[in-house]
Design a protein around this ligand. Sequence first.
Ligand code: UDX
Length: 435
Amino acid sequence: MRVAMIGTGYVGLVSGACFADFGHVVTCIDKDPRKIERLERGEIPIFEPGLDDLVARNVREGRLFFTLEGAQAIKDADAVFIAVGTPTRRGDGHADLSYVYAAAEEIAGLIDGFTVVVTKSTVPVGTGDEVEAIIKKVRPDAQFAVVSNPEFLREGAAIEDFKRPDRVVVGTDDERAQAVMRDLYRPLSLNETPIVFTGRRTSELIKYAANAFLAMKITFINEMADLCEKVGADVQSVAKGIGLDKRIGSKFLNAGPGYGGSCFPKDTIALVKTAQQYGAPTRLIETTVEVNTARKKAMATKVADAIGSTDLAGKTIGVLGVTFKPNTDDMRDAPSLDILPALQAMGAKVQAFDPEGAKEAAHMLDGVDFKAGAYEAAEGADALVILTEWDQFRALDLDRLKLLLKAPVVVDLRNVYKPAEMVRHGFTYASIGRG
Ligand code: UDX
């Protein structure tokens, strides 16, 4: 089938390349000439494992194209995907839908023959109705259906999540559109991936409900971690003990410094706003947002406690990892953006290393001295903080680390190491939820 993908950000580029890899012909459209130039040169603007090869192969095999001028591709398309950004609107926390509506306007003028217009971006409940109204207003005669098809892609695992999803959710009551969506995802039916057909608003809510639940699950285990530290229990064992119950499930029970990223923070706030707007407040998610925000700040206090003073003047702190999670260069709402400034506010000098995020982080973390590697970030520090669990931090040479540190203090905010092992090596070791 012919697909037009509007937006070549993280969701649009991964979705477009994967649809091309399914055998469809995909044209990715973007307004940013620099982005299109780089993509046409085979340069991928985001760090996503495997994406560069996937894009290069599908461009080479003539199934994937990039363009500034999307008119022809939209005209020819059986399905036009809206995969533009829906950032949190400054000030009121609602999702900013201006890019979505602009795409709808553009599509409206170009529809030629029955066309499925798909919102792939995460959009508040009811956005599909708005998109439909915009197109109808511009083209009362147009043959089209607006479909919700939310993505459940994790950064760093996006291709895997697209090609082997737990489910595909499609929100539409239009039978022609259902047939088009079935054809689009046909390669997945080979491994019996369930396609869940729902109403459009239901599909839009499923996306928010999924992310909000995952954010709440993480926040739950983070609170259990705080309790473990008080009662002398071990949160990793608690997670294992409850996670083996199939009704709970073992995933997303890793206690840490709080969730970040371009989705959970934005989507939880947008859901809270939608729920308040409709008079059905989600108090659980309101609390999740509050607890998570407070937690990120509390991590700086944990570091100061490990050093033994809240006055960090003259102290140097080494930080390993600043991205919101490993295997990404994405710094959006990363816990480091709260934790490192809080440490600096206590008087500390902060030096850091991140395998992929340093370039972007340098613009967002003033005064942080980015080093070339983990050991350089530890050199001369009064404490070393493990903030993002990149694989390369999992087997550090602890003897070498101890020699480099001014004081043998390690604060492990991702529980990468075992307390007994660290004590044996002579470290003062603080971690999460290990009483
Ligand atoms: C998330 C959802 O997983 C994905 O389905 C959705 O489409 C987009 O949002 P992503 O934000 O890329 O994906 O990352 P994810 O792996 O979910 O982690 C989100 C945050 O939660 C990260 O800050 C991560 O460190 C944190 N996290 C995750 C934990 O603290 N503990 C966990 O057990 C899992």
